[in-house]
Design a protein. Structure first.
Length: 345
């Protein structure tokens, strides 16, 4: 559906930017590929990004994929130690950073590699301008690279057990498998109306949401928030009534703090709710289960390492909501491995 809405970006003030159609997003991705190609990015090159959620950051990921490059998104609020660690680890061909990080990044690269660093640094405003020029001038588009199932597509960040960011190499085959995981089967068929997903999380995890965006090309949209706040997030959820929601511990705790009438309005909006494996208070999880009885709730522990495993299923959450103490104790596994499961980290 070329004219269908693919993406809506919500600003920090709650204002929604004009909807982006699938046709425009595809064209913007082609222009991004042309701009990156002009920077000598090609198959196997690493494109590092530490900027906020935006149309331009989505275009960067689309353009990287078209060239067969590896997209490596990171949180825009990286501290100096973390940025230094990732720049040394990745040695990217291109790094797109916040404008106010450029000088520090240049100094880090000089210290790590000398003056002849192969990494081309771009500020966020420079990337926006480059993309705008490519779109206005119709920059030449290189041929699309054939997809290699075994090739790395995205480097996903996870803090692991050390507190220092590490990366998980994710192949094209793994990304495609994501859309086939069982707990997405309950979503409405593409084109049934409504939106697929609301996402206000870190840009480091936009890779997940973009996979959904590519998969839902039959008419569902991604609502992408630039900055999380409780009232803004839940207002957007009520306005767009998405079929799939991603929560993380802060959102779960914020949901519990909402007025009962607001919780009641939210109940039943999403068919599927997925929350991450970060440690979450069991009392907040129990409240979530009891407040959303019609929603399939899944815990996705270690989602970056294993795309097909959820450590707590809808049956576990339903049992906890209506069962005794033994069933409720299972909720305490949120953010830690289950007793019978070995997690290799």
């Amino acid at each position: 559906c070329p004219d269908g809405t693919a993406l809506v970006v919500v600003g920090a003030d709650g204002a929604e930017q004009p909807p982006v159609t699938y046709a425009r997003l595809r064209d913007l991705g082609l222009r991004a590929a042309g701009a990156l190609h002009g920077l000598k990015v090609g198959r196997g090159s690493i494109v590092f990004s530490a900027v906020g959620n935006s149309l331009q950051s989505v275009a960067l990921s689309v353009g990287s994929a078209r060239l067969g490059a590896v997209w490596a998104p990171a949180d825009q609020d990286l501290n100096t130690e973390q940025m230094s660690h990732l720049l040394r680890l990745y040695a990217p061909s291109v790094a797109v950073l916040r404008d106010d990080c450029l000088d520090a990044a240049q100094a880090l690269l000089r210290g790590a590699r000398g003056d002849a660093s192969p990494t081309q640094l771009l500020g966020e405003s420079a990337w926006r301008a480059l993309l705008s020029d490519a779109e206005a001038e119709g920059a030449s588009v290189p041929p699309e690279e054939p997809i290699d199932d075994d090739a790395t597509s995205i480097l996903l960040l996870t803090s692991g057990t050390t507190g220092m960011p590490k990366s998980v190499m994710t192949t094209n085959l793994q990304l495609r498998s994501l859309v086939n995981i069982p707990f997405l089967a309950g979503k409405a068929a593409p084109g049934d109306g409504g939106t697929c997903l609301v996402y206000f999380g870190s840009p480091a995890w936009i890779s997940y949401t973009f996979v959904f965006l590519k998969a839902m090309s039959g008419g569902d949209a991604l609502i992408l928030g630039q900055e999380y706040s409780r009232d803004l997030y839940f207002n957007v959820v009520e306005r767009h009534r998405p079929q799939i929601l991603f929560f993380w511990p802060e959102v779960i705790v914020d949901f519990v703090a909402l007025p009962e009438q607001t919780q009641a309005r939210l109940a039943g909006i999403a068919q599927v709710l997925i929350y991450g494996g970060a440690r979450t208070p069991a009392s907040a999880l129990l409240h979530l289960c009891q407040a959303l009885p019609a929603t399939q709730i899944h815990q996705g522990y270690g989602a970056s390492e294993c795309f097909r495993v959820a450590s707590l299923t809808p049956a576990d959450h339903a049992a906890a909501a209506g069962g005794g103490e033994a069933a409720r104790r299972r909720l305490r596994s949120a953010g830690r491995p289950l007793g019978a499961v070995r997690v290799v980290d």
